[in-house]
Each structure stands twice: as structure tokens, then as C-alpha cells.
Design a protein around this ligand. Structure first.
Ligand code: AMP
Length: 217
């Protein structure tokens, strides 16, 4: 299995698509956002550093992120392939990741860019709710993404919550960070010949089918 990097603005559907691909192919799933939220929950040093930055919609330092990634990609569930959901987000991270792959003798794989316009991404972010226990993502305004019982996780039965950085104000800051710091990675990976583009369709199944087509070509 080819490793996958998702390159996309906030709320483009990286998490949902990752979950669907993990279920189909058995990839290891690495979400740097989830790793950081876990650090915050456990009140670690990294968590303390990250919390304020995340609340403000700013990026966490490259060194912290690289440390989290290098610990995570060597875990057994990543041996046969993994999805990077939210990493790399800066050129420094991409370059350091290339060095890390070289050291570990691993392949970069494929980079999938998910195209979505700002209005649609904002609408999705502001109506997104997640399960604090299993991390499953729901959306109040999408028929196929709604929980069966309003406000409750289908799998865990616990109350769904909104991420503190999914407000309109913080979303705009996160989107700006993405345009300024992450968008340059589009050319970085295009020049390496590993970049593929898909659209963030209204239906998650259409987006999933486009991703599967790329992976099975
Ligand atoms: P996400 O769950 O991917 O939307 O990430 C939530 C937040 O975590 C981002 O807005 C950043 O503050 C932080 N974050 C996640 N991944 C990274 C990364 N690769 N580099 C810097 N900050 C990150």
C-alpha cells in the first residue's frame, strides 16, 4: 500500500476520508490534530504549548510536530502503509519529513490534494461535531453525516461536542495559516511528481470513490 498525505484546507474532509480508507484498506491513521488534542487532554508539556496556539487557529511549532510524527510512523499499525492527515503543513515540515523517510528507508507515497472553496469549508467547520471518545466526525447539516440520534455518537452513545477551533472567527485564521504556510506544498509535491487532485464533493462517497480510483490505478 502506498502511504498517503492529504493536503487540504481545514474542514475539507481529510478526517472523514481517512476513516473510510482505513476501513477499506487497513491503513494506519496519523492525524497530527488528534495527536495534539490527546496531548492537551493528558496535560503534557507539548499539550500546554499547543493549546493556546490551536485556540487561536495558529500552527504548532515544526519541531514539536516532527517529534510527534517520528514517534508515530514507526508504530506497528503503520508498517504496511499509513495516512498522514494534517501533516506536513509547512515547507520545513515537508523537508524534515523527507529526511526522516530517508533515514527510515520508507517511501513518500502519494499526495492527494482535496480541493474545496473557502465558503463550503467554513460551512462544514461551523456545523461539524465530533465524538470526544472515538473521534468520529459528524455534521449537523448533512443528511449522510448526521448522527442517528441528534447530538449522540452512533458508536459510543456519548454526547457529541464541537471543537473549540471550529468557530467562524478561528476558522478564518486557520484558513489564512493554510493559504500562507501550507499552500506552497502544492508546488513542492507537484515538482516531485507525486501530487494528485480530487474535489471535495457534497457526498463523502463521491470523494471516497475518487480517492480509491487514484490508489488503485
Ligand atoms: P486539524 O485537526 O488537522 O484541523 O488540526 C487542528 C490544529 O492543530 C491546527 O489548526 C493547528 O493548530 C494544529 N496542527 C495540526 N497539525 C499541525 C501541523 N502539521 N503543523 C502545525 N500545527 C498543526
Amino acid at each position: 500500500m502506498k502511504n498517503i498525505i492529504f493536503l487540504a484546507p481545514p474542514a475539507a474532509g481529510k478526517g472523514t476520508l481517512s476513516e473510510m480508507l482505513v476501513n477499506k484498506y487497513g491503513y494506519g491513521h496519523i492525524s497530527t490534530g488528534d495527536l495534539l488534542r490527546e496531548e492537551i487532554k493528558n496535560q503534557t508539556e507539548i499539550g500546554k504549548q499547543a493549546e493556546d496556539l490551536m485556540k487561536q487557529g495558529k500552527f504548532v511549532s515544526d519541531d514539536v510536530i516532527i517529534e510527534l510524527i517520528s514517534n508515530r510512523i514507526t508504530k506497528p499499525d503503520c508498517e504496511n502503509g499509513y495516512i498522514l492527515d494534517g501533516f506536513p503543513r509547512t515547507l520545513v515540515q515537508a523537508e524534515k519529513y523527507d529526511e526522516l523517510l530517508k533515514e527510515l528507508g520508507k517511501d513518500l507515497g502519494v499526495v492527494i490534494y482535496i480541493n474545496i472553496d473557502k465558503e463550503m469549508a467554513m460551512k462544514r467547520a461551523c456545523s461539524r461535531i465530533t465524538c470526544p471518545k472515538c473521534g468520529k466526525i459528524y455534521n449537523k447539516y448533512s443528511n449522510e453525516m448526521k448522527p442517528k440520534v441528534e447530538g449522540i455518537c452512533d458508536d459510543c452513545g456519548v454526547e457529541l461536542t464541537q471543537r473549540s477551533d471550529d468557530s467562524e472567527e478561528t476558522f478564518i485564521k486557520r484558513f489564512d495559516e493554510y493559504v500562507n504556510k501550507t499552500m506552497p506544498l502544492f508546488d513542492y509535491y507537484k515538482n516531485k511528481g507525486v501530487l494528485k487532485t480530487i474535489e471535495a464533493h457534497e457526498s463523502k462517497y463521491d470523494t471516497f470513490n475518487d480517492a480509491v480510483e487514484i490508489l488503485e490505478k
